[in-house]
Structure formats: C-alpha cells, structure tokens
Write a protein that binds this ligand. Structure first.
Ligand SMILES: CC(C)(COP(=O)(O)OP(=O)(O)OC[C@H]1O[C@@H](n2cnc3c(N)ncnc32)[C@H](O)[C@@H]1OP(=O)(O)O)[C@@H](O)C(=O)NCCC(=O)NCCS
Length: 176
C-alpha cells in the first residue's frame, strides 16, 4: 500500500499499520559474559538481541499472533563491539507480504568513554505470524508514508523474492 493523501484515515483503519507504529530501539551495555577473553562481543550474542528486537517489531505490527523467525539473511560484522560498549539496535519493518514480514535491524556500537558510535552491521530478519494452530495468518498491510518507505518496501520485496527463490532451490536439491 503506497502513500495516500488521507493517511490519518488509513492509519485508523484496521487493515493497515504504519512503519512508525511498530519500530523499536534498544540499548544494552556489553558485559564480560558477552565476550571472548580479548573483549570482543560474540556474534551470537548480538544475533540473539537482533532476533529479539525483530520479533518485538513484528509482534507490534501483527498484533494477536505467534511470531516465529523464518530466516535471517547472511550478515557481516564490519566493526567490533567490545565489553563496556553500548550495543544499540534500531529496528523497523521494511516489507510485509501476507503472513511474512521483513524487519531491518541496524546494529551500532557506542564507545561510552569517547561518545563515539559506529555502525557494526545491518540484519534483515524474516518473521512469520502464526495462528493458535501454527498456521501462517495474514498480518496488517504496511502503510507507507513517504518515498523513503516506498523505496525500502520495494527493496524488501526484491530481497524476499531472492530468499524465496533460494528456498525453492534448496528444496529441489534435497528432493534430488
Ligand atoms: C516459518 C514457517 C512457519 C514457514 O512454514 P511453511 O510451512 O513453509 O509455510 P508457508 O510455505 O505457507 O510459508 C508461510 C510464509 O513464510 C514465508 N517463508 C517461509 N520460509 C521462508 C524463508 N526461508 N524465508 C523467508 N520467508 C519464508 C513464506 O513466503 C510465506 O509468506 P507469505 O505468507 O507472506 O506469503 C516454518 O518453516 C516454521 O515454523 N519454521 C520454524 C520457525 C522457528 O521455530 N523459528 C525459530 C528458530 S528455530
């Protein structure tokens, strides 16, 4: 659903939700238990928090549904996160299909002594809404309110097509 002149009316409609309604941010101080002996925070710790905040955003969008993670795109940690840094995760929905949603999570590390933040990586997480019986159910449409959100939506759609193509290829490989 693309931008409209009557956003307020659509925002109030039960059929759609805006990107802003579900976006989330979290900040956590990294502790020795999160890191290796040289002080680098484990990738798995960061991914756990990425998964948690992506699930929260998807849940806010979907409302009454069980949310599961279907996939997480491969990602690179471009900069390290150290013990004592603040890990800042900013998450928002880019794209909604039927029961599936793509949530983008930007990962920043803040050196609290120097008040400096660096972008460590970006994760794209696909989450699916399920009913009580575990069946995928439709979630609200995404209301896009500006050109940036429209562009993000289209990029998300392209990534989703690639994911689903790869899923098909893997399925066929297993069958053969
Ligand atoms: C995700 C899951 C519900 C998909 O079930 P399924 O039987 O393949 O269902 P469908 O093929 O109908 O797919 C449902 C939706 O998920 C999407 N989907 C399924 N696998 C996907 C993948 N690998 N990447 C992106 N989207 C995927 C489908 O495109 C579909 O989206 P749509 O409704 O928006 O069109 C199922 O694989 C599952 O329960 N996985 C385990 C989830 C889990 O426990 N995660 C925690 C980590 S272990």
């Amino acid at each position: 659903m693309i931008n409209t002149n009557n956003t307020t009316e659509i925002q109030n409609s039960k059929t759609g939700k805006t990107v802003r309604e579900s976006e989330g941010e979290t900040t956590l101080v990294m502790l020795p238990s999160d890191a290796n002996p040289l002080g680098n925070v484990f990738g798995g710790i960061i991914l756990k928090h990425v998964d948690l905040i992506a699930g929260l955003v998807a849940k806010r969008h979907a409302g009454h549904a069980n949310i599961v993670t279907a996939s997480m795109d491969s990602m690179t940690f471009a900069k390290p996160v150290y013990i004592g840094n603040a890990l800042i995760l900013k998450a928002r929905i880019n794209y909604v299909k039927r029961s599936s949603m793509e949530v983008e999570v930007n990962i920043e590390a803040e050196d609290l002594n120097k008040s400096q933040k660096v972008l460590t990586g970006t994760a794209y997480v696909t989450l699916v809404a399920l009913d009580e019986k575990g069946k995928p159910i439709e979630v609200p449409k995404l209301i896009l309110q500006n050109i940036e959100e429209e562009e993000r939506f289209l990029e998300g759609e392209n990534r989703m097509q690639t994911r689903l193509k790869n899923r098909e290829i893997k399925k066929r490989q297993k069958e053969n």
